[in-house]
Ligand binder design. Structure first.
Ligand code: ADP
Length: 766
């Protein structure tokens, strides 16, 4: 179907698509149009990766807007919100406004009401519904991207319940659900009352196969020699073979450490193929990477990139990830070794994909587990760049004949698994039942059950009565903790319950925090508070490594009186272990708030800079919630909680809190100013310019900005000489003279790196 024949869409669209290189619709897109996607019909599109699902969504949204409506695009990861925003921004020239909702939880973001397209994560939409954002009722079209993630135990239930709520408050709502190919797309269509487009069409041929011995065994039954050199690993041999044909390779491995090690090794293979021009361009990327932060991870990444290979995982700062993705798309980088985070949506096609590891460690099982067929298919789907490659090739690796057979059986001949709702798990229901009652979607047990009947779980379950049983258990729990009141059939959220729901806390986290605050008999220490929030289910655990148990057991006894609430006995194995791993997180936060260098922290705790950021952000949110709860409960510790929160927010000791409140003054600059005798914002405003300049290492531009932000009227540094005596007092020898550009100090910003919610999620645990 030619795009000029589309009806119901804005008249500028065909021309616009034409400019983008889209002349005619791909077959699944044409099927979606035939099913009425531009006329407001709901639809589930189960289509392989990279086969143009986004355009199906765009057609639905634009047609809906043309009819006077508003569209919401729900993404599973915050990183994808940015990518989609960039994609939709091109509609702004045609008068549409695009908004991304990335604000904190517990805000209504009224400005979004004026947008035509709103992009947000499902958690964010859930929180907007809880806070009664008024524009929610006016949506006409909702797109749910990567709907197969309803199967994810961590975030699936939120997506599921959020869609059910949106549909309840907008009876005529069009829902367009985009899915990877899954085993049971009919069921999703039944749940959402939509038409189904179920297709395995791809814009570029995909050949899948297994490398075994010295050959590729492809799914069409053919074999091709691909010998490994003496002592050469298969991955390196395949990368070399692809490079000889000027292609790029994406390698999926099962852990961050493996991604880093593989990138380092493959750098040696790739480097030989680089021209001097390519080396120069890679050196530019490496320099940008080093500018993001001065951690060891940053250095390792830059070093690998110089050789034309990179790694990509959730432990990286998001700026690092974006640099790697861009350089790979621009073909500067020849190889990227990634954990599965890269398979989840980011658009980085490659000539060849290697799924090197098909098992990964699972904490739940306590051992290695095979990846699902769905996941492997999504990774394979990244192979082949339309318009650039003749075809894509996706390869698994076998080291024995049996493994060759097993891989074919498991991943090549087999259809992806069906998705299954995870809503009936207690933690998920606990949160969503409270939110559903608090935000007025149900006011009695029966209306609650009626609401839950609109979820995928209800459509899917064959186990009569299970949902009802778990719901009753959850209602008991919520009532016992005074988040809900029950009066016969009637349900009502208490004031505390409303607060908990708005703060977006798991009720169990709230209960833990409340008990801890009530148990404190004297002003709690920061470590005590960090430990309290670290042991809630909303904080992802840091695992204990070998040797950690002893170290943290000792620490636990040393600092026992700081804990809020009683420490479990060493003989309560599991509880004690959890206590220790919370202590590990708490000490990481304490180190951060004691101004320990980011680099030392990543080293000491065996984590990436992205993880430090993730922990800090989560702690900040939970402590903010704790402060609110302390206020509400009339517990006297709110000021102590606020101080602990601010310290973790800025990563500073108490004496620097005032200075770090000034925009542009991060933990390091604050420490230098303090060392030079400038201890408060007021002192900074009136300080000698020469002293400020010296403390800020002679960087004039920085000094001017900082002074201006502190409220100084004339902040100009023209003609000011750094006062070196003050510099010496500040212990800052290496200031730069002149008007110094402000480079190379990236870790000094008020918030350090950057992180995504995904770092705290199941998805980000790779
Ligand atoms: P998916 O969401 O299914 O993984 P995308 O929507 O990201 O895939 O599409 C993959 C690529 O195909 C994008 O670069 C997109 O611009 C391009 N594309 C989509 N539809 C068409 C079309 N009808 N003609 C040409 N290119 C298309």
């Amino acid at each position: 179907m030619n795009v000029a024949e589309l009806s119901g869409v804005p008249e500028w669209l065909p021309e616009h698509l034409h400019e983008r290189g889209v002349e005619s619709l791909y077959p699944p897109q044409a099927e979606a149009v035939a099913a009425g996607v531009t006329e407001g019909e709901s639809l589930v599109a189960s289509v392989p990766t990279a086969s143009g699902k986004t355009l199906v969504a765009e057609l639905a949204m634009l047609a809906s807007i043309a009819r006077g409506g508003t569209a919401l695009y729900v993404v599973p990861l915050r990183a994808l919100a940015g990518e989609k925003r960039a994609a939709f921004e091109e509609y702004e020239e045609h008068g549409l406004s695009i908004g991304v909702s990335t604000g904190n939880y517990e805000s209504e973001e009224r400005w979004l009401a004026s947008c035509d397209v709103i992009v947000a994560t499902s958690e964010k939409v859930d929180s907007l519904v809880r806070n009664g954002a008024p524009w929610i009722d006016e949506l006409s079209c909702v797109v749910a991207d990567e709907i197969h993630l309803v199967d994810d135990a961590g975030r699936g239930p939120t997506l599921e319940v959020t869609l059910a709520k949106l549909r309840q408050c907008n009876p005529g709502l069009q829902v367009v659900a985009l899915s990877a190919t899954i085993g049971n797309p009919e069921l999703l269509a039944e749940w959402l009352d939509g038409a189904l487009v179920d297709s395995d069409w791809r814009p570029i041929e995909l050949k899948r196969g297994v490398h075994y011995g010295q050959a590729l065994h492809l799914e069409d039954g053919s074999q091709r020699a691909l010998p490994t050199g003496d002592g050469e690993r298969p991955t390196a041999a395949i990368v070399r073979d692809t490079l000889a044909d000027e292609g790029s390779t994406l390698v999926f491995v099962n852990s961050r450490r493996n991604a880093e090690a593989a990138a380092k090794r493959l750098g040696g293979t790739v480097e030989e193929f680089l021209t001097s021009e390519e080396r120069r361009r890679l050196a530019d990327v490496a320099a940008e990477i080093r500018d993001v932060s001065d951690t060891e991870t940053s250095e390792d990444l830059a070093a690998a990139v110089e050789q034309g290979a990179a790694f990509h995982h959730a432990g990286l700062a998001s700026d690092h990830r974006a640099l790697v993705e861009d350089a790979f798309r621009e073909r500067r980088l020849k190889t990227v070794c990634a954990t599965p985070t890269l398979a989840a949506g980011v658009n980085t096609p490659s000539r060849r994909v290697i799924v090197r590891d098909w098992r990964r460690y699972s904490g739940d099982v306590g051992g290695m587990q095979p990846l699902s067929t769905l996941e492997v298919h999504q990774m394979c789907g990244r192979a082949g760049r339309p318009g650039l490659d003749p075809y894509g090739e996706a390869l698994l690796l076998a080291s024995s004949h049996d493994e060759l057979d097993e891989l074919f059986e498991r991943y090549i001949w087999t259809e992806p698994e069906p998705v299954r709702s995870k809503l009936a798990a207690e933690p998920a229901l606990r949160t969503h039942v409270l939110a559903t009652v608090a935000s007025g979607f149900a006011d009695s047990r029966s209306s609650l059950l009626e609401f839950l009947d609109r979820t995928l779980y209800a459509v899917q379950t064959t186990e009569a009565g299970r949902l009802e049983r778990v719901t009753d258990d959850v209602l008991d729990y919520l009532a016992a903790n005074e988040f809900l009141e029950r009066d016969g059939e009637e349900l009502q959220a208490t004031a505390l319950g409303h607060t908990v729901s708005r703060l977006y806390l798991d009720p169990m986290s709230a209960a833990e925090i409340i008990d801890g605050l009530r148990a404190a008999t004297e002003r709690p220490s920061p470590l005590g508070l960090y430990h309290l929030v670290s042991r809630t289910p909303d904080m992802y655990e840091l695992y204990l490594r070998s040797g950690d148990r002893e170290e943290y057991t000792m620490l636990a006894y040393e600092r026992e009186e700081e804990f809020l609430g009683a420490m479990p006995s060493e003989f309560e194995d599991e509880r004690f272990e959890d206590w220790l791993s919370a202590l590990k997180t708490a000490r990481l936060l304490e180190d951060w708030a004691e101004e320990v260098d980011e680099d030392r922290i990543t080293d000491r705790y065996g984590v990436g800079p992205g993880d430090v950021r993730g922990k800090v952000d989560t702690a900040e949110w939970l402590l903010g919630a704790a402060e609110r709860l302390a206020g509400e409960l009339d517990v006297e510790w709110a000021p102590a909680v606020r101080e602990a929160r601010k310290r973790v927010e800025y990563g500073v000791r108490a004496e620097l809190m005032d200075l770090t409140g000034v925009r542009g003054v991060g933990r390091k600059r604050a420490r230098r100013l303090f060392g030079a005798g400038i201890e408060t914002r007021a002192e900074l405003r009136d300080a000698e310019k020469g002293v400020v300049l010296a403390a800020l290492r002679g960087r004039r531009k920085t000094a001017e900005n900082v002074l201006e932000n502190a409220g100084r009227e004339d902040a100009s540094m023209a003609g000011v000489e750094p006062d070196t005596a003050a510099a010496a007092a500040a212990g800052v020898g290496g200031w730069r003279g002149g008007s110094g550009a402000d480079g190379g100090d990236g870790s000094d910003g008020a918030t350090g790196g950057d992180a995504d919610t995904e770092d705290q999620s199941n998805l980000g645990e790779f």
